[in-house]
Write a protein that binds this ligand. Structure first.
Ligand SMILES: [Fe+2]
Length: 532
């Protein structure tokens, strides 16, 4: 077990005159933070070379705190990040200002070897709705500074919540230029909805990036299954400067989809033909590396092949975000997965996408939240999508393959105004009105769904495709469809939701500009997306 991370005032830093610290600035601040002695459980003082090459991150904001993350890896593409199997003390500071003249919390955490030298600090005692700056130190090495923001007080009535929706960042499919632009937005929080990494082979130049400066070792050609391979894959992703900038700019609230383990897996059922026992070992490795590499609290730390990822994040009385996990507990895909027509099993009430426990937790949570809005931060598309044919073909991996769960959820949403569903997975932008019965296009929408495209997966997109045009015709509840890369920027106010679909012209080379392709609004009490 990790030792508890309690906020402990660091007298050595706090006692220094503010003016002196401010005047020192930059590298001089390294010496202002005195190294701590290694505790009995720690067998090394500090890595010799800079271990902060994977950046910093914060996540899951609360009114009084955030979780801070980093991982020591002086040589990220070597096993264990180039470190021996020993643990290291890592100091951390949280300040009200970028210059760290007003440090309000600080302490020492342990980068444990058995957790891949990751550091998770559950900082508490902060003020609600405030910006803070944080950094880490190991020996003489200081991390970059991250900025984060606490959630509003539970009793507060915020006028607005600004957030971005991102998902699907295949390193080998392109550059993460979307994050360079996202980092420059004015946001309270980022929702990341899955496919943080992809499990397939990465060649030495990073696939389509053709980055000859990368020179990845041959071990990256292996699909991930062992803990070491998953850790290496996260190291590659975290080495991306644009992703680092986005993590350092805002707190993130993350959930996963399938590729963090294996394409289209369902609970304990692998997509590929490997023994179930072996797959659970792989899932345990994947889940452990997931926790190690992201800003998640200890309740999300896995036990073997189990990790509780569904949780709630509240933003005063304005919104409650219900973060869902549609992979770990789902029934196996109906009718053999894929696009299927006339599959009766998809409507079987014994089958579930969320699992019965998470479904009850969600339905109960929506009914009880008492907030103006309920945000469902989740993975796979909820709106029905007919892919032609009569009867129409539907995708068994999505909510279409679990129609009974969807009906229960949308019936609940119909009784509680203000449901917004955020979705990743499909590598297309969609804006959709959600109805209890999609076959009744004249019936009132009960909620809206914003489907965010990929950051890079599927490489350079196009504004539209013949397939998307046909989908718009076959599915009148789809208000928008687009095949470019990017993210969605959203603003929730007391009565309205606004969504700006931010898109890039290309990702196969760096430096793409960004533009707003389309904007939609929906009213809390009259759900339905219309042009902004
Ligand atoms: Fe994806």
């Amino acid at each position: 077990m990790l030792p508890p991370h309690r906020p402990a005032p660091d007298c050595r830093v706090a006692a220094l005159p503010r003016r002196a610290l401010f005047a020192l600035g930059g590298a001089a601040l390294v010496t202002a933070l005195t190294p701590v002695a290694a505790s009995a459980a720690v067998t090394a003082a500090a890595p010799r070379t800079d271990p902060f090459l994977l950046g910093v991150a914060s996540g899951d904001p609360l009114p009084d705190g955030v979780v801070l993350w980093t991982r020591l890896a002086p040589r990220p593409f070597e096993p264990m990040g180039g470190l021996p199997f020993v643990s290291y003390p890592v100091q951390w500071q949280v300040a009200e200002d970028l210059a760290f003249t007003r440090v309000v919390r600080s302490g020492t955490a342990t980068a444990r070897a058995d957790y891949g030298h990751s550091v998770h600090v559950d900082v508490r005692g902060l003020k609600p709705g405030r910006d803070y700056f944080y950094r880490f130190r190991a020996g003489a090495h200081l991390s970059r500074v991250g900025r984060t923001r606490t959630a509003p007080a539970a009793s507060a009535s915020p006028r607005a919540l600004r957030f971005a929706v991102a998902s699907c960042q295949s390193y080998t499919d392109g550059y993460f230029s979307a994050y360079r632009h996202l980092a420059a937005e004015d946001l309270d929080v980022v929702f990341f909805l899955g496919d943080y990494m992809y499990e397939g082979a990465v060649n030495s130049v990073g696939g389509i990036r053709m980055d000859t400066g990368l020179q990845l070792p041959d071990v990256f050609e292996l699909a991930t299954d062992t803990l070491d391979l998953y850790r290496l894959r996260y190291a590659l992703y975290h080495s991306d400067p644009d992703l680092q900038a986005a993590h350092a700019a805002f707190p993130w609230v993350l959930t996963w989809d399938d590729h963090e383990v294996q394409d289209n897996y369902a609970a304990g059922v692998p997509r590929f033909d490997i023994p179930a026992g072996d797959f659970l070992v792989q899932r345990a490795n994947a889940y452990r590396a997931y926790w190690e590499n992201l800003p998640l609290r200890s309740p999300q730390r896995p036990t073997g092949a189990d990790l509780r990822l569904h949780r709630r994040i509240r933003f005063g009385d304005l919104a409650e975000a219900h973060v869902l996990d549609t992979r770990q507990y789902r029934s196996d895909q109906a009718c053999g997965d894929g696009l299927r027509a006339g599959c009766a099993d998809r409507d079987d009430p014994r089958r579930s996408l969320l699992g019965t426990a998470q479904r009850s937790w969600l339905l109960d949570g929506i009914a009880r939240s008492g907030t103006r809005w309920n945000i469902l931060a989740q993975q796979v598309m909820m709106a029905e999508v007919r892919y032609g044919g009569q009867p129409p073909r539907l995708d068994m991996d999505k909510w279409d393959g679990y129609a009974a769960d969807r009906r229960k959820l949308l019936q609940t949403a119909g009784r509680v105004p203000g449901t917004v569903v955020l979705t990743g997975d499909v590598h297309f932008n969609y804006a959709a009105d959600l109805r209890v019965d999609f076959a009744a296009p004249a019936s009132a929408a009960v909620a809206v769904e914003l489907v965010g495209t990929s950051v890079s997966s599927a490489s350079d997109g196009t504004d539209s495709t013949p397939g998307l045009e046909q989908q718009r015709r076959d599915n009148p509840h789809l208000r928008f469809a687009n095949a470019q890369r990017g993210y969605i920027r959203c603003e929730l106010t007391r009565d309205t939701l606004r969504a700006d679909y931010r898109v890039l012209p290309y990702v196969t080379r760096p430096g793409a500009p960004i533009a707003t392709r389309a904007s939609f609004v929906s009213h809390r009490d009259r759900p339905g997306l219309g042009p902004a």
